[in-house]
Design a protein around this ligand. Structure first.
Ligand code: LLP
Length: 413
């Protein structure tokens, strides 16, 4: 959706105060463009909403949403901490200047080498998700001669009303531990001499639409924590939603903060928002290669596809499409499709574009989260560059260059 960062001046799309077309002239398409100013505003909105509700929360930006170093550096410099789900994300966060103590390391299947790396670096919390994992972390901490602070991830058995693909809190999901399993581990805390059991972690899904469900899940975590005084921290996950379509009504960050405040009172609180910080601060710009009429259908074929932004194909997710330069002309109703050799490579089944022609640039909006991080090299397509508009809103740079064909073969014999 259009917003303060991506807006029209007359008929030209701007990213903050930079004309998008001027970026395309030197960088080409497809390209991701991010507004660092918007990212900072989104971060401050979350931090301040919780602070305003009386919760002094640590905001651990969930790097899985967009782990570009320029974004991580900007957020870390502004005081954000990081939620990492792999050794690679820990590495990126450290490269971007995160202090190891400020990192949360979560994930359902952490490997021995990832755990050892995390502990050697000194990450603040490891969120464990199964009994074997706690024994392993305890053993590794023992061999490293440290005591590792951990949280236990609760599976609250709540089916969040979100897209089925991104719900994680129902009992049948692979995530987390039941309340009973957590109680069993905590009542035998002495069996894990190298662990400091500090927190209960709960995350029921992404793009949460219902504050009540979130409160219920956090309440279960809090009730469990209350039985074990060693637990001082509640990590209440991510999931703060973002509107992808005009007219979509969603709870505001403040609604979550105010509803959660009484539940978490007395605990240190960690948040793990990803999408709400970066989604509406990014667009993917693509160029129309061909317009084709076949049968009763029209197709606008662009130079980005499921390799650049897979959300529409994977989740049936909606991204608004808007021209980089608006112009007059007749309206074409068409399918917006990519170039990849898969019939599922469709961004939208039916969009209306005015005066569209070969060579026009189109922007897919709200693409800053789970866009580039999920991009692939399928069909030997180099991944696109990422451009950042600096927080001054006026200047920009290429934060990650476009991959080349040489990059595609660089790792092979
Ligand atoms: N914490 C945990 C434990 C998570 O699993 C996630 C997201 C987050 C935090 C951040 O959630 P957020 O604030 O971004 O909603 N690729 C999907 C989304 C997958 C989310 C995975 N976990 C998409 O494109 O919609």
């Amino acid at each position: 959706m259009l917003n303060d960062a991506f807006h029209y001046r007359t008929d030209s799309l701007y990213a903050d105060s930079v004309r998008v077309n001027s970026i395309l002239q030197s960088v080409g398409t497809p390209v991701y463009i991010y507004s660092l100013k918007r990212i900072l505003t989104n971060y401050y909105t979350i931090r301040d909403a919780f602070f305003g509700a009386g919760i002094h929360a640590h905001v651990h930006y969930s790097a899985k949403a967009n782990a570009n170093l320029a974004i991580l550096r900007t957020l870390i410099a502004a005081g954000a901490q990081i939620d990492a789900v792999s050794g690679g994300e820990i590495y990126r966060a450290l490269q971007a200047g995160a202090s190891p103590k400020s990192l949360v390391f979560a994930g359902v299947g952490k490997t021995v080498s990832e755990l050892r790396y995390a502990m050697e670096q000194g990450v603040g919390w490891i969120n464990g998700e199964n009994i074997e994992e706690f024994s392993l972390i305890d053993h590794l901490a023992g061999t490293l001669g440290i005591r590792q602070q951990v949280s236990l991830r609760l599976n609250p058995n709540i089916a969040a009303k979100t897209l089925p693909h991104i719900a994680t809190g129902h009992g049948g999901a692979k995530f987390g531990l039941s309340a009973d399993a957590i109680s069993r581990i905590l009542s035998r805390a002495a069996d894990y001499p190298h662990l400091i059991f500090d927190g209960i972690h709960v995350h029921i899904g992404s793009q949460l639409h219902d504050v009540t469900e979130t409160v219920q899940a956090v309440q279960l975590a809090r009730d469990l924590a209350a039985e074990f005084p060693i637990i001082q921290t509640l990590d209440i996950g991510g999931g703060i939603p973002v509107a992808y379509s005009p007219g979509e009504t969603l709870p505001d960050v403040r609604d979550f903060a105010e509803a959660l405040a009484p539940v978490v009172a007395g605990y240190q609180v960690l948040l793990e928002p990803g999408r709400r910080i970066v989604a509406d601060a990014g667009i993917l710009v693509t160029e129309v290669q061909y317009i084709k009429h076949q049968g009763d259908e029209s197709f606008v074929i662009v130079d980005a596809g499921m390799t650049e932004l897979i959300r529409p194909m994977l989740y049936n997710a909606h991204h608004e499409v808007t021209p980089v330069e608006r112009k007059p002309g007749s309206i074409l109703h068409a399918q917006l499709v990519g170039p990849v050799c898969e019939s599922t490579d469709v961004f939208a089944q039916r969009i209306a574009l005015q005066g569209v022609e070969r060579g026009d640039a189109l922007a897919l909006l709200t693409a800053g989260a789970y866009g580039m991080v999920m991009a692939s090299n399928y069909n030997a397509r180099p991944r696109p560059p990422e451009v950042v508009i600096h927080p001054n809103g006026e200047t920009w740079s290429v934060a990650r260059r476009r991959e080349t064909w040489a990059d595609l073969t660089a790792l092979e014999e």
